[in-house]
Structures are given as C-alpha cells and as structure tokens.
Design a protein around this ligand. Sequence first.
Ligand code: ARG
Length: 457
Amino acid sequence: MKMWAGRFSKEENKEVNDFNASIHIDSRMYKEDITGSMAHAFMLGKCGIIGENDADLIIKTLEEILNDLENDKLEINYEAEDIHMFVEEELTKRIGDTGKKLHTARSRNDQVALDFRMYCKNSIVEIKGLVKSLIETILEISKVNIDLIMPGYTHLQRAQPILLSHQLLAYANMLMRDLDRLNDCYKRTDYMPLGAAALAGTTHNIDRFMVADKLGFNNVTLNSIDSVSDRDFAVELASAISLIMMHLSRFSEEIILWCSWEFKFMELDDSFATGSSIMPQKKNPDIAELVRGKTGRAYGNLMALLTMLKGIPLAYNKDMQEDKELLFDSIDTVKVCLSIFTPMLKTSTFLKDNMYNAAKKGFINATDLADYLAKKGMPFRDAYKLTGSIVLDSIKNNVTLDEIKLEKYKEYSNLISEDVYEAIDLKNCAAKRLSFGGTGKDMVLKQIKLIEEELGK
Ligand code: ARG
C-alpha cells in the first residue's frame, strides 16, 4: 500500500506505478540517501524536534541498513517507488513508529536534491582522479619520447615539424582545463539544500547549517524554492563531461589515424586492440573508436537535461526525475572511457622512424626557409613567395629542400649560404621554436614542468 493511501480511494495500478518509479535508477544513491538521513535525524534530535533517543535509534538503524546493503544482507526492494521510500520503509519495518519520525521537516523534494548533489560531488572527485592520471600518463610519455619529431598538421596536411611530446601535451592542457571546470562545478554543487522541505521551508526550528557541516558541505542554499528546483549543477557536470569526452574523442581520432597503415605513427598494445572475424591481418583500434562513438551519448544527455528543464515551472516537477538517468549515464560513460583510455595510451608504442620519415616529406620546413631569408634581410612576404616557387620547382624535380645544392640555392637568392642547411634541418626547426608555448625542446620541457607544478607534483 502506498504511503499516501489515506488520500486515495482507488486501487493502485501496476503499470502506473512502474512508470512513476525511479528506484531502478536512483538505488545507486542508497549511501547518499542513508547518510543524508542520518545527518537529518541527528539535527532533528539536537534541535529537540524529535527525542534524542529516537534520533539515536534512527541513526543506529540507518547505519545497520547501510551495512546490510553493503554486505549483501539486505536486498533493495524494487517494488518501492524510489530509494528514499525504500530506505524509510525499511527503517519503519525495523523500528516501527520511531522510524516514521525521520521524515519530519523534510520532503522528498529536498531529499532528492541533497542525495543528487552528494552523488555528484563524489563523482566529480572520482572523475578528477581519472583525468589526473591521464594527464600524468601524457607527461610520462612526453618525457620518455622528448626527442621524437613528427609532422604537425593543419587541414590534415603536413604543416611544420613538431615534437610528438608537444602534440600530446596539447591534450594535457585541454585536460587541465577540464580539471578546472570540474573544480568549478564542484564549488556550485557544494550547497546543502535540505530544509527546503517541499518548497517553502518548514515551521520546525531546524538547523540547516548543522546538517551541512555533518555532511561536509561548504555552503547552504539560500532560497528554498531554488533549492528544490535547481539542477544547474547537473547540467554543469554534464557539460564538463561533454568537454572531456570531446577531448578524448579528438585524441581517439588521432590514435585511429596514427594506427592506420597510411600513418603508422603508433602501435597499440595487443591487449588494447581487436582483430577481425574474417581478415586475418587486421588489428583494429576499437577502443579508441568506442570512446569516440560514446561521445555522442554525453552530448545527448546534456541536451536532454537542458530540454527537460527549460519549460518546467517552479518548484519541483516530476519531469526532474529524468535528471539522474541522464547524468548517471554521462558519469558512467566518462569514467569507463577514461579508465580504459589511459592504459591504452600508456602501453602504446610510438614509431620514431615513421614519424621522422613523414616529417621529411611534405616540405614542412618551408616556413623555416622563408624565416631564414627574412632573417637575412629579405622582407617576409618576398621570402614567402620565393620559397613557394622553390617548393614548386622541388616538387617537379622530386627533391626535398635539404637535397637542393648550394649553387642552385644561390640562383634563387644570393642571400642564401651554407648555413641554410642548418636552418632547414628538421631537428633544428623543431628545437628552435622557443617562443613561449612553442615546440622547441627546452620550451616543451618547461611546459612539462609547469603542468607538473600546477598538479602539485
Ligand atoms: N524519485 C523522485 C525524483 O527522483 C524523488 C522526488 C519525488 N518527489 C515528489 N514530489 N514526487 O525526482
């Protein structure tokens, strides 16, 4: 029988109950729900709203319920409407009338807001840990492979020589911003909503700050209507997750390209690749493809959350029950993707010679030749134009810039002398880009150091 049976005169309808229920989704918040209730009961006792003995018994029993759930001694009853109902029903089953006092000065509206915020806070901490370990892996790989030169691309056309480490560290920088976004989102999630009750607050003399303190919240929400209506924190987290997934997806795309025979810049460890059921030669980057593919889910969840919220009046509406399924899916997705992406990257091998050979082709030192001429006094636009015609001739003659003889160079311009070869040497081209944030080795080493410092290492 339903808790609200008193107000109703008709039998329940199973289909309606099933449609209305959320326990299959929110049962994962059992721990947050129980610890939230324990803090609430503690406060009710301390404030004299219920007897301290009652509060103690409620807290002790809630703790037993939590232990029983964690030790598989108690199973969640999926007939309950949601996790809040289940816990309260179980409590009342165990201690009778005393259990019925728990819900004093509280509604499921503020209760679910509390549970959800607690769950998000914990998830943010977990996701941050996973992002951090990916950044650390990138830093490690960047240090080990610091001398590897590869072509940098624009428009997927070879552009300029860069260090592999520099390219990988670009992702580390994106992930550092992701950490920042998670921290920021945490700050706004860290507001304790309990005490808003249904929407208007309560006539009981409660102490919301005591509850916040007990549950490790830094702040207490200021407006009871906002407390039960606000899901901005969920949207923010879904958005921060979408950006992490977008970054992982771009990284995955490059890994997929780099593993192809067309590039062959890297090789995945066998344990992170898959074969084909028909083509014996295949070694496929399925994991990277799945990460890329799952990014769509994260975007979808974000859009669904925003859309679910856009038309609902204040305060709580049942539409909002949809929030958890969406955000939980985003949280699960980003966690599983990060958990598998990091070891996949860690165990990959970068193929130095293939990268270097690719860097040799495609005239990626043409900018350096133009810069060389500019440094010798030719206006850059003229140097750019002359280099363009040297490249065009070289394509016709099937030579690279470093294969052109000095006499030939002198025909193009008598500003060119022997030192041109040093200027267009790929290693030098990469090493000399020492402008702050550039790909020069010393600058890249500095970049690594600065990221490590920011990570507190
Ligand atoms: N299962 C509900 C949810 O997730 C809990 C809040 C229910 N409140 C209510 N007034 N029906 O949103």
